[in-house]
Design a protein around this ligand. Structure first.
Ligand code: HPA
Length: 273
């Protein structure tokens, strides 16, 4: 035993003293999509710094927190600042929040992220349901001794995204009048953006959107039996798809512009899923 399970248990025990997240919906708020957290009522903030063994974001140390509360009358546990592999963390640290959510009794995880559009029918602001993914990050969160308490050595990934929740979520989006697409997300390690050649390669491999996150979280959720769905906000078209060079400012600006639609969608999902 390498201590990962014990560390997750200790973290969960600490959090359980402050909140009851049993049956809550977990939400990861990707870059530029943080504003949703302002809608949470009766918020209880749990800073990563205070949780035993918990990694703290190097990008936003002061905003590394869970926010627990209610959205549309439902219990939610939000991750305000995800941990990125490119920050230098071990994969087991990147996915610790997911495992702790499972131990706390979270019933469904909704992952959101900002991603580059590879599919040429997409444009900036497109919201894409992640139907499947390609792990191109060069690592896997399940590498190393298997933690039997969480799941099997060789977990099936043929339905990594929960098909029933995903279908229901798309129907809810349609009923709300929020336009969405569906596609395959490819995870690169980052932090450099991709080259045009890498994006041509990813397109040929069947990817519709590209990012630097989410894949470890989906694999881990699936491994530990936590149903997961994902939505990418296309913040820019990927390298070589358009002539423009992408910048972090551009990513944030686009996500700010689609925030209204995005908020409406997530609130609808929380209410109805
Ligand atoms: N590439 C990788 N990650 C991203 C991108 C991109 O073009 N846009 C937002 N996150």
């Amino acid at each position: 035993m390498n201590g990962i399970y014990e560390h997750c248990m200790a973290a969960a025990d600490h959090i359980r003293k402050k909140i009851d997240a049993d049956g809550a919906i977990g939400i990861i708020l990707g870059s530029g999509l943080k504003k949703l957290s302002e809608e949470i009522t009766d918020p209880i903030i749990i800073n990563y710094q205070d949780i035993p063994y918990f990694p703290v974001s190097t990008l936003n140390p002061n905003d590394s927190r869970f926010i627990f509360g209610h959205l549309e009358g439902k219990k939610v546990l939000c991750i305000k600042t995800p941990l990125y592999y490119y920050e230098g963390f071990d994969m087991s640290d990147v996915v610790m929040p997911i495992r702790v959510m499972k131990l706390l009794g979270v019933k469904l995880l909704i992952i959101t992220n900002a991603a580059g559009g590879i599919n040429e029918s997409f444009k900036e602001g497109t919201l894409m349901f992640i139907d499947d993914f390609i792990n191109y990050m060069g690592d896997n969160p399940l590498r190393g001794p298997n933690i039997e308490e969480f799941g099997p050595r060789y977990p099936d990934m043929s339905k990594a995204i929960d098909p029933a929740y995903n279908a229901k979520a798309k129907k809810i989006a349609e009923d709300l009048g929020v336009k969405t697409k569906s596609g395959v997300y490819i995870g690169f390690q980052g932090p450099s953006f991709e080259t045009p050649a890498e994006i041509r390669f990813a397109r040929k491999a069947g990817a519709d959107a590209v990012g630097m996150s989410t894949v470890p979280e989906i694999i881990t959720a699936r491994h530990c039996g936590l149903p997961v769905i994902g939505i990418s906000c296309i913040s820019n078209m990927a390298a070589g798809i358009t002539e423009k060079i992408q910048t972090v400012e551009e990513v944030n600006e686009t996500t700010r512009n689609v925030e209204v639609q995005f908020k409406k969608l997530i609130m609808g999902l929380v209410e109805k899923l």
